[in-house]
Design a protein around this ligand. Structure first.
Ligand code: GLP
Length: 246
């Protein structure tokens, strides 16, 4: 795992956005795997700014998101469809027909999982997958459990995740209890992985992810086995790592 330590959140965003911009420039038809959560917001802002200044072109890009809440429609302000439209898709020249997320409204769960998994395979896989890190070590919505799940699946969200994500909802009861997520195998098919982590409250879990035992109890720890992972962490998140500053 390659580690880049940023001075602060906006520096982290700029570094991560530069890596994604390099991917888009070098391969204009890239498939980008995208993430939600508060951490990537500044990255999307930076990419949108470059696109608006015509320094970056999304016209041939395809995007696939990691996950979506089960039962939330795209026009629900808490859905990840809505998040992506608000923070990125409405601001860049990415064609609507090439923005993909799991369909949270599809109640035929086996079919939806199969559809989304097949779609990613049909696209030829992901060139670069952006990941945030949950407070419990989850990536996408792969929650701590007894085993890693390979493909796209419907997951029961962990209490810690519901607790962490309730800040986006009016009340905790409104947070969906289930979500569709790419599996660990789906994420691992990506050629490159870019993990972004910000804030002192993630310092302990980032240390476990990078240097702890590989275990489905800390889902992000599996990233130690991927051949091309770049971690961009701000100083607060990197506070418990011993490596020298880059
Ligand atoms: C959600 C998303 C994850 C994300 C995590 C961390 O649970 N499904 O993909 O990494 O939140 O979010 P934040 O960046 O807000 O801490």
């Amino acid at each position: 795992m390659r580690l880049l330590i940023a001075d602060h959140y906006s520096d982290m965003c700029r570094k991560a956005a530069s890596i994604i911009a390099a991917q888009i420039t070098l391969k204009p038809k890239s498939v980008l795997g995208l993430a939600t959560g508060s951490t990537p917001i500044g990255i999307y802002e930076q990419l949108a700014t470059w696109c608006q200044h015509e320094d970056l072109d999304f016209s041939q890009i395809t995007t696939v998101n990691l996950d979506e809440y089960y039962g939330l429609a795209p026009d629900n302000a808490q859905s990840y469809h809505y998040f992506m439209a608000e923070h990125l898709f409405s601001k860049v020249n990415l064609p609507k027909g090439r923005q993909f997320l799991p369909d949270g409204m599809n109640q035929d769960t086996d079919r939806e999982c199969e559809r989304y998994q097949n779609l990613i395979e049909l696209l030829g896989g992901i060139d670069i997958q952006l990941l945030g890190l949950g407070h419990n070590g989850h990536i996408g919505f792969n929650e701590p459990s007894d085993a890693f799940v390979k493909d796209v699946h419907l997951v029961d969200l962990a209490e810690k995740t519901i607790e962490a994500n309730k800040r986006f909802f009016d009340k905790a009861e409104d947070v969906p209890r289930k979500a569709y997520t790419m599996g660990i195998g789906t994420i691992f098919q990506a050629e490159k992985i870019l993990l972004v982590v910000s804030g002192a409250e993630k310092a302990g879990i980032l240390k476990q992810v990078m240097y702890g035992p590989i275990s489905p109890r800390v889902p992000g720890s599996i990233l130690q086995l991927h051949a091309d992972v770049t971690v961009v962490a701000d100083q607060d998140a990197a506070g418990e790592l011993t490596s020298k500053r880059n």
